[in-house]
Design a protein around this ligand. Structure first.
Ligand code: GRF
Length: 217
C-alpha cells in the first residue's frame, strides 16, 4: 500500500501529533509521518517524534527577518522530506498567503471549537462565557484566513455547568485525538473531496440523532 507522506508542524506539547503517530502505527493506516517540524526547539512534541523514530527539525521563526522568509524555510524542509500533505497540530505561527497557496487543499489544521465559531485563541473561555451548550473541535483544510477553510470532521462536546476552561479543554482534547486521525484517514484515502467552500465525504454515513444539552425534564 502506498501511504501518503505527511509533515506535521507543531509548537508545543504535541498531544495531537501523538494521536497521529499512534494512528500511523497501524499497518493499514493510509498515511505516514515523514517529518515533524517545530518553530520551538524545546517543544515536547519533538521528543514524542524522536521516540517514534520520526525525523525532526526545529526552525526558529526568530532567525528570519520576516514571515515570508521563515515560511520559505518551512516549505523547503517539507519538500525536502518528500511530504505530500501538511498537518498543523498546535502550530502557533500565522502562515503567509504565499505558503498557504503552495499547499492549497494539501494542508489541514485542527482547531478547538466548532468552526466558524470561536476562531483564534481562548476558544474554550469564550464558549463558556457565551453560555454555549456545546463546543467541540474541527479539522479543516487551511485557507489564508486564520482558522478558515473547508471542514473535514467535527466533534461536538457538551459544556457542563461549572466547567472551567481547563476542564472543557481536556474534554475537547479527547475528541480532538479521535477527529484528527479520522480526518487524516479520509484525506489520505481520497474520501474528503473539496467542493468549493465545503468538503464532500465519500461513503459517509449520516448520524441519525440530534444531541441535546441539557436534556429536557
Ligand atoms: C490543540 O487544542 C489544537 O486544537 C490547537 O492547539 C492545541 C495543540 O495541542 N490548535 P497539542 O500540542 O496537540 O497537545
Amino acid at each position: 500500500m502506498e501511504r501518503l507522506k505527511v509533515a506535521v508542524l507543531i509548537s508545543g506539547r504535541g498531544s495531537n501529533l501523538q494521536s497521529l503517530i499512534d494512528a500511523c502505527a497501524a499497518p493499514d493506516f493510509p498515511a505516514e509521518i515523514v517529518l515533524v517540524l517545530s518553530n520551538k526547539a524545546d517543544a515536547y512534541g519533538l521528543v514524542r517524534a524522536a521516540e517514534a523514530g520520526i525525523a525532526t527539525t526545529a526552525i526558529s521563526h526568530k532567525a528570519y527577518p520576516d514571515r515570508e522568509s521563515f515560511d520559505e524555510a518551512l516549505h523547503a524542509e517539507i519538500v525536502a522530506a518528500g511530504a505530500q500533505l501538511v498537518c498543523l497540530a498546535g502550530f502557533m505561527r500565522l502562515l503567509t498567503p504565499g505558503f498557504v497557496g503552495k499547499w492549497h487543499d494539501r494542508m489541514i489544521n485542527i482547531h478547538p471549537s466548532l468552526l466558524p465559531a470561536f476562531k483564534g485563541l481562548h476558544s474554550h473561555e469564550r464558549a463558556i462565557e457565551a453560555g454555549c451548550r456545546f463546543t467541540g473541535c474541527t479539522v479543516h483544510f487551511v485557507r489564508a484566513e486564520m482558522d478558515d477553510g473547508p471542514i473535514i470532521v467535527q466533534a461536538a462536546v457538551p459544556i457542563l455547568p461549572g466547567d472551567s476552561a481547563n476542564e472543557l479543554s481536556d474534554r475537547v482534547l479527547a475528541a480532538e485525538h479521535r477527529c484528527y486521525p479520522l480526518a487524516l484517514r479520509l484525506v489520505a484515502e481520497g474520501k474528503a473531496v473539496v467542493d468549493g467552500a465545503i468538503v464532500r465525504i465519500a461513503d459517509a454515513a449520516s448520524p441519525q440523532d440530534a444531541l441535546l444539552n441539557p436534556l429536557a425534564g
